[in-house]
Design a protein around this ligand. Structure first.
Ligand code: ZN
Length: 230
């Protein structure tokens, strides 16, 4: 699946870009919400979510980079978001956040910053719909991903298989045409595509989006086939 990150879209032409990507068949829109505190930047606000919901039926995938994720759950539900995650290190008890999402019918995720090991998620894996693995430091776009973090994806995939769980693995930050293959081979299910992938501004956006999606799907199918044939 691909989830273009709207942080890398052309904000002055957002409606037009969304229409183009919708036609190209994106799976989700990845939207970073920042509070200027957990990370120094600000990005989209909640009014934008509502506005996007009015022009597109594509589900919204919300990545909270905020100090108090619980404060946002109610409002995200009011915006009709499909899925939301927040960083593990924001919580003393992530269970309360997961429960709040569950109560509102929002798919639940937890995010790992580069410094967080996959093993820290172990107590929560059973309850998660997805895990977001950040390949760069949260808060800034345009960073090159750190290849040593790819192994975290493999580790989560191994944990998932060992424990018979079905959470999805989403990778965010510096995903590109070149590293999509290695990431999917390690078990990534959702690729957040930005400046190095479908939104790289080389060529026509609809065509780039279609190609990147087709590429991620064929890689995924190849990976599943390999798993089945052992
Ligand atoms: Zn993100």
């Amino acid at each position: 699946m691909i989830a273009p990150t709207l942080a890398c879209a052309d904000w002055l032409n957002l409606e037009r870009e969304i229409a183009v990507m919708d036609r190209a068949g994106v799976d989700l829109y990845h939207i970073d919400l920042m509070d200027g505190h957990y990370v120094p930047n600000l990005c989209f606000n909640l009014d934008i979510l509502r506005a996007i919901g009015r022009v597109s039926g594509t589900p919204l995938d919300i990545h909270l980079m905020v100090t108090d994720p619980l404060d946002y759950v109610e409002r995200l539900a009011a915006c009709g978001v499909e899925r939301a995650c927040a960083h593990l290190d924001c919580f003393r008890d992530p269970g309360i956040f997961l429960e709040a999402l569950e109560e509102r019918g929002i798919k639940k995720g937890l995010a790992l910053s580069p410094g967080d090991g996959a093993e820290r998620l172990e107590p929560w894996l059973e309850r998660l719909d997805y895990v977001l693995v950040m390949l760069v430091s949260p808060g800034f776009s345009g960073q090159q991903p750190r290849p040593e973090l790819f192994e975290k994806v493999a580790e989560l995939d191994r944990l998932r298989r060992e424990r018979g769980l079905s959470f999805l693995i989403e990778v965010d930050g510096g995903v590109s045409w070149e590293n999509a293959g290695p990431l999917v081979e390690r078990g990534a299910d959702i690729l957040v595509s930005g400046l190095f992938a479908s939104l790289d501004r080389r060529g026509e956006l609809g065509e780039r989006t279609r190609s990147f999606r087709a590429r991620s799907r064929s890689l995924r199918e190849r990976h599943t086939e390999k798993e089945l044939t052992g």
